[in-house]
Each structure stands twice: as structure tokens, then as C-alpha cells.
Design a binder for this molecule. Sequence first.
Ligand SMILES: [Zn+2]
Length: 297
Amino acid sequence: MNWSRVEQRIGSNRFQRLQQAKVGIVGLGSGGGFVALSLAKSGVRHFTLVDDDVMEVGNVVRHVCDLRSVGQLKVTAVSALIAQRNPEAVVKTYPKRIQDCWQALAELDLLIVGVDGERTKFEVNAVCLERKLTAIYAGVYERGEGGDVVWIRAGYGPCYACWAAQLREDIAALPEGPALDYGLSIEEQDLRAEPGLWLDVVRVAAAQTHFALAVLSEPDDGEPNLRGNTLLIANRDLEFFPGVTTPAQSSHWIQIDRQEDCLVCGAVSASAAEDEPPVSLQELTAPSPFDRQDSEQ
Ligand SMILES: [Zn+2]
């Protein structure tokens, strides 16, 4: 493969870091599958894929794999796609639920969380904190109206539980819904009436990939080139904060800080971020260095 254009674009050192990095992806639905393929096309070579699901005909309209993969495990199908784009890639596959193979996360540099359920994300969060593993979570809102991506660096700033408590108070309290790609809680028959769904999911997954590349291409102690730890993405006009409309096709950076009283990351070793006060959603509506709207495309 000729990677010279990628290497020229990002520089040799960064490209080398991408090639050496070990990336795990938990959940290979429409979002996780897209991230896996996009990272492979960006030069990432070491993958660990975790998903116990099989490709079904109904998945095809919103997945990077097509009809040829129907009946295959998603880890097998996505692994084959990666090999077509980056033959040098080394892919470990775990056709299991993450809860049954936490050892898959050993020795990773970064975890991409592409699972839907908040409960699973909380379980992944606890294990990542324990193992000091950085993770990037994504969620797509109902009917693909928008979504969000957050970068959680274990031991610094918020954990996923702190973050969710501030951003998704209402969602975190809900019982686990049906397993659908990236938190979509809509009925299968509605999918046919949503021709933009694939694009809506991909827009969020593309942002998740950008986060991953920003984190992976920096040295261990470097700060990735991100304007905050969270990107709120509007596919339609959305009101993330009362009275503030984020227009369709735009996004909004915010920084969510650690909650001092978080029981999840409070148990893990203290960090400098502990001195920072928790931030409420109300406070987030006030202008801050990260409070700006960016057109993504
Ligand atoms: Zn926490």
C-alpha cells in the first residue's frame, strides 16, 4: 500500500504513531464498523474487534459491509474489509459480548466504544478507569437527529459516568433499551422511512474517527488537537441547551469537567483534575473558550 499522501499530510512521526497504535473497537454496528474501516484507511494497523453479532439483511442499509457478508460474524466481516484496505493490518477478533472478554482490552492504546446501551458504556467505563485506558464514546440520538462524541482519558478529567451525569441525566436513568446501532431507539419498520439514517450515523462516526486520529497521532503526554472533550452534532436543528438552537449540519464543542463526588472515578487514584469544580448544564450555556459553533463540513 502507498501511504505517502497520508504521511505527507500528517507528518512521519504522527503517521508512525498511527501505525504502531493498538486500537480496540467494541460494537461493530453502523458506527463502529465505519470507524474501523476509516481508521484502517488512515493507516492504523493494529485492531482488536469485539462484537458477538451476525450480519443480517436488515443491517445492510446502514452498515459498511454489504449483502456478501450476510450470515457472517460482524468481527469477521469487518476484519475482511480492513484487510482489503490495509493488507498490513493485524486484526484480533472476539466474537463475544465485551462483558465476556474483558481481556480483549489488555495492551490497547485506545478504545472506540460503538455499543448502544448506556449500561454497557458504564461497564466499559469502569474497566477503562481500572486499566487506565483512554476511550472515545459516541451516541446517536433517536431518528438520527444528532449525536455526540466524547473523549475520556482515564485518570484525567471526567469519566464516562461523570460526563453522562451532566449531559444525559435523563438518559442515564433509563433502563436498557433494545440493542440497536448507536443508541437508536426506533422500530425496525421506521428505518425504511428514514433515508438519511446512514448519513446521520456516519456523520457522528466520522467525528468519532477524527477524535481517535487526534488522540492516536499525539505522543503519550501530548494534548490532542480538540477544542473540548465533547462534540455535540446536529443533523437537524437541535436545542442542546434551552433557548439555543444549533442549526442542522453544524456542531458545538463543549468541555465537561469531572464531578468531584463521582463514585465511579472517585475510587480511582486522584488526579489534578480533582481540583476543578463540577460544571452544570446551566453553566455550559455561558460563553467559554470552547463555546462556539463550528461548521463541520
Ligand atoms: Zn467519574
